[in-house]
Write a protein that binds this ligand. Sequence first.
Ligand code: 2IT
Length: 446
Amino acid sequence: MKTSEIMAMLKAKHPGENEYLEAVQEVLESIEDVYNQHPEFEKARIIERLVEPDRIYTFKVVWVDDQGQIQTNLGYRVQFNAAIGPYKGGLRFHKAVNPSMLKFLGFEQIFKNALTTLPMGGAKGGSDFDPVGKSDNEIMRFCQAFMLELWRCIGPDEDIPAGDVGVGGREIGYLNGMYQKLARQYHTGVLTGKGMTWGGSILRPEATGYGALYFTEHVLNRAGKDIKGMKIAISGFGNVAWGAVKKSIQLGAKVVAISGPDGVCYVKDGMTPEMNDYMLVMRASNRNMVKDLADKFPAQAEFRAGKKSWSIPCDIALPCAFQNELAEEDAKELVANGCFCCCEVSNMGCQPEAIAYFQKHILFAPGKAVNSGGVATSGLEMTQNSQHLSWTADEVDKRLHQIMTSVFEQCVQYGGRPDGTVDYVKGANIAGFMKVARAMLEQGVI
Ligand code: 2IT
């Protein structure tokens, strides 16, 4: 297998699908050497089969807004690979959603899910519906209209969606309610991220952020450092950023920045638990403005319009917002200001040039390892659902911690460099790939 040949083939077949092509390129570059040491993979054409989704559902979603106007959106579910378990992955509601974005996310999900140690295949879905400025009733009507089509594609042993950008506990509630109505199935197993009284797992809301910090602690400890007292710059203020801030505070670190599309809030003395809680109010408002934090806490937070979190001096950078949110110039600014570690929490949050720069100068770990605690805890939610019981917070947290340790160890095993340092990108990609490739090989040509 030659990365350049596969990429040329994919570019010709899928012109303009830039996020998807970027995600595939990164994985192929990482695995090329290992792949070529396994002629059985080449013989079975594993790569050619892995880079195309099993199927993509596309559907129209029509709903009525609060003004009585009829709105038309597009909905999708990309079922990418089910070699190691049923399709699993989130739903994204964002105005920029298109097949390329969901294919990149679904592709990444395959390897991430493999790293969690749990039996879950890769999928992703969503819609170009824009939640910004929408009322709660509009959100409900949209979710119901979306599920009117999606319900035929999913099932507890088939495909289990969850949240992602623009889809949190509220949306999962509306989606689950409509699924039950349509399918006349009252089990708890078809979506994860559910509410605590109807099948949800304790700590699932926190899990992506908590897992990211557990992973970051491992990276730091391996480099002989302690997270306590570290200054952390976080981007975004949604569910993932919220959990990351919460765990950072618990671990004694100082969160000096969160951000939004409107700019950054610089918090000189570090975020407090009250500010952390207020992030939930900011997200529920659908205003999508981080300035609201500075308006609520004017003495502690300073709003800087149009700036990113990467302009704030820090020790550790945690991108928690959106793909390609951190460019090469941001990486240079961070490193120049003393940042020594970037753990990517958003899916493909760093542009390829930024990753290359980080890898040359500081510690860097990729999203598919760092953020895998989210989907891992979805897997734990599925286990609890199928056993018809709920674990305690301690039990879930202990398992999440164990899983993050295992993800970290797999990265070290497959990404160790001769000088003793670790290429976490390579490690995560190879570890995830080897598991899926072997599963595909053993199950024949299907
Ligand atoms: O990107 C992700 O891993 C998620 N949005 C969570 C997926 C899940 O099924 O919990």
